[in-house]
Design a binder for this molecule. Structure first.
Ligand SMILES: Cc1ncc(C[n+]2csc(CCOP(=O)(O)OP(=O)(O)O)c2C)c(N)n1
Length: 726
């Protein structure tokens, strides 16, 4: 039994075409019936053949250790007909088996040498125009196809968001900054097993919700159904049974082995999405050839008979049959075309093997942070007049958001309950009234959808400001930040970016609303994401200024920013004693705080410094006052403000002249920023000042008043400084 099925499929094609031993058609739609003429049909077949030879050569290159990740499009080449129907400007978030789709779409831009470009990706060359050798992906800026990570289903929420952004842009008549045309549609393809992922189900559900509430969504889901998810069979009729009867999704089945049938179904889907603005679910049934990916040995889980049956149902043989029967080409001419493409692909592979590869850490990392691409200033609205009396942090944030929405027409604010209710803590109060439902809107209760919506809007030129209601609820959607938002620039060499500011009411110390889920102090999962910016204010004026700074970073530097809002400080009035109002501040004259700039306050000449952020900073201010008034000890206070990236030089500078540094960190001892701070100081300071840290316990936060045993307190800070003086 031959284990190399690429070889078998390759040889079978030639043998069977020459012998005119074609498979029996599984569907009856003919090229003539759907208006596919000879040239168009042969052109589609050509794309199928190019895709097939790219698969074959990728296997050969991997056997020689010249390619490192192979996943074939073989069996799925019917998707070439989908590419033919849609415009290249219809943004496409693609399945990893979309080779023929990409070949066909690339024909719409004659400046693209898709074969060579794709081979550069296969051999991980730094000359690969999309990822620069960082991953084998399908993607292209001129072809409106952002590269996808290999996490199945994670691209569905952003496809939904992107489609929603098109209809939102239309409503707002906002075409000065959007990247997608008003009448464009969004395509999103995936496999049959992927539909079962909760991320996918969430996106389908969200699309249905949008159709129910807004009635328009120019989106085409494309399920490329090969009946398998690696080794697990999808039950018969699973896709049909679960999608043919879903409200808001118009189900269109087609036979992926029949180009004419796919073409017809794609035209129907295009009419629904482009003209009717409705969601189509295109179900392309097909076969999978050459196994799952890489070194997958199909024989371990599939019978020889099943493998051979799929191989004999090869879509290329079906297309060849239709071409020969229509007398458009003779069998010999079909094989000639097949061999010509093989030759072209082989020549391109030889060239690609000469191309450079990534050769240093700095080269690899050069696009983790996108290059600055300042947005051109747009005509905004005048900022509202704000009262000048003292305000708390929540009020200052609300005013800052209002100013931001006025100044930057490309900003949109959304999340659970942010619209009419104005957020759980009223931070978004009245914004919907001021700026309308298109720019300030409630989403469904699904954090993956919220972040996916942000990703999709950002792909279309908006600056989304999504809210996650509480920090604890971002964890189930973290991949939308770590696997999607944060990686886009890296995998596209900054050609695609998704700037956004994710607001998250966060951290602990809430007195009336306790418990772990509303007092989550776990942020390590964000801090280690390369390129992500994290800001956290500790005063009302910093909150307003920092939020503006974050929006500027998204606008001018294309950054993905997480803005952590310490919930417990939202409404606080007093700092040192009841009625002192020292935690309030008038809404400031906005003066953005540059990325990394620390807040240094207190006694700047003191040799004792406390480094903190958020609630810890609030406690440190209280402790410094106690130490000063009761013990005549003066303290320098350093507010990090920006938790990532850490401004190491600025910190070292601010600590000059100190011989004692106490870190107050409200997050858990393990994996809190205190660990990074201690390491940074140990690595960089000589002589080393006396170092200490007060952190939260490695515990979840209990309800009631018991949290006091878990979290840092003012008394602990005072005691630790006094102890060190003894
Ligand atoms: C979230 C996630 N879980 C697991 C995997 C591993 N994995 C890669 S492909 C795949 C099967 C996908 O099957 P299907 O959606 O039918 O697509 P096909 O490969 O058959 O085209 C799995 C489980 C993954 N990439 N992402």
């Amino acid at each position: 039994m031959e284990l190399n099925r690429a070889k078998v499929v390759d040889e079978n094609f030639t043998k069977r075409v020459l012998a005119q031993n074609f498979p029996i058609a599984k569907s009856t739609t003919s090229a003539q019936a759907v208006g596919l003429d000879k040239d168009t049909f042969i052109d589609l077949f050509h794309s199928q053949v190019v895709s097939r030879h790219l698969d074959i050569i990728a296997r050969q290159l991997r056997e020689k250790n010249k390619a490192f990740y192979t996943i074939a499009s073989s069996g799925h080449e019917g998707n070439a007909a989908i590419a033919k129907v849609f415009n290249k400007e219809d943004m496409a978030f693609l399945h990893y088996r979309s080779g023929a789709f990409m070949v066909q779409r690339a024909k719409k831009d004659p400046s693209i040498d898709f074969i060579y470009d794709q081979l550069l990706s296969v051999v991980s060359s730094s000359a690969d125009p999309i990822s620069g050798g960082r991953h084998k992906v399908f993607g292209s800026l001129p072809l409106f196809s952002p590269p996808q990570t290999s996490t199945i289903a994670s691209h569905l929420p952003k496809a939904l968001g992107c489609a929603l952004s098109i209809s939102t842009a239309k409503m707002l008549k906002a075409h000065s900054f959007t990247k997608l045309a008003q009448d464009s549609v969004v395509l999103c393809s995936f496999g049959d097993a992927s539909v079962n992922h909760s991320t996918a189900q969430g996106a389908f559900n969200a699309a249905q919700w949008v159709m129910t509430t807004r009635h328009i969504l120019p989106l085409v889901w494309i399920c490329e159904d090969n009946c398998l998810g690696i080794s697990v069979a999808t039950p018969d009729h699973w896709i049909e049974n679960t999608f043919s009867n879903r409200s808001g999704l118009l189900y269109i089945p087609c036979d992926g082995r029949n180009l004419a049938d796919v073409y017809q179904a794609a035209k129907q889907a295009m009419f629904l999405a482009r003209t009717k603005k409705q969601v189509a679910f295109l179900h392309m049934k097909t076969v999978r050839l050459l196994g799952h990916a890489g070194s997958d040995i199909e024989f371990q889980y599939r019978s020889q008979l099943a493998i051979e049956e799929a191989e004999s149902d090869d879509p290329l043989l079906h297309s060849a049959r239709d071409i020969v029967r229509a007398q458009w080409l003779t069998p010999n001419e079909v094989v000639q075309l097949y061999e010509q493409v093989r030759n072209q692909v082989q020549q391109s592979a030889l060239r690609a093997l000469q191309a450079p590869t990534l050769s240093s850490a700095s080269e690899i990392m050069s696009y983790i942070i996108p290059k600055e691409k300042p947005e051109k200033a747009l005509q905004g609205l005048p900022c509202p007049k704000h009262p000048t009396d003292l305000k708390n942090m929540a009020q200052c944030l609300n005013m800052a958001l209002s100013d931001i929405l006025a100044q930057y027409p490309q900003t949109v604010v959304f999340g659970e309950d942010v619209g009419k209710k104005g957020g759980v803590y009223r931070v978004t109060a009245d914004l919907q009234k001021q700026y309308g439902q298109a720019r300030v809107f409630d989403t469904i209760l699904d954090e993956q959808t919220i972040l996916g919506t942000a990703l999709g809007f950002a792909h279309n030129g908006f600056i989304p400001i999504p809210e996650i209601q509480f920090l604890s609820y971002v964890h189930n959607a973290a991949d939308q930040i770590r696997g999607e938002a944060a990686t886009l620039s890296f995998f596209s060499q900054g050609q695609f970016t998704n700037p956004m500011v994710i607001r998250i009411p966060a951290l602990a110390y809430q007195k009336g609303f306790g418990g772990h889920f509303h007092n989550d102090n776990a942020i390590a999962f964000l801090r280690e994401i390369p390129g992500l910016v994290i800001a956290c204010p500790s005063t009302p004026q910093d909150a307003a200024n920092l939020l503006h700074s974050c929006v500027n970073l998204a606008l001018q530097a294309q950054r993905v920013v997480v803005f952590l809002e310490p919930i417990a400080l939202y409404m606080v009035k007093d700092l040192l004693e009841a009625g002192d109002n020292l935690a309030l501040h008038p809404y400031p004259e906005i003066s953005p705080i540059p990325l990394g700039e620390l807040g240094v306050e207190g006694d700047l000449d003191s040799d004792i410094a406390i480094v903190s952020y958020g609630n810890g900073m609030f406690l440190a201010r209280q402790a410094a006052s106690v130490l000063k008034t009761k013990h005549h000890i003066s303290i320098k206070l350093i507010d990090l403000r920006w938790l990532a990236p850490m401004n190491v030089d600025g910190l070292l500078q601010a600590l000059k002249g100190t011989n004692q540094v106490l870190i107050v960190d409200e997050c858990r001892r393990t994996a809190s920023i205190s660990e990074q701070l201690i390491t940074t100081l140990v690595e960089n300071l000589s002589p080393l000042p006396k170092l200490g840290r007060i952190t939260a316990q490695d515990s979840f936060i209990p309800i009631g008043k018991a949290w006091e045993y878990i979290l840092p307190s003012c008394a602990q800070i005072v005691d630790q400084i006094l102890l060190s003086k003894k």
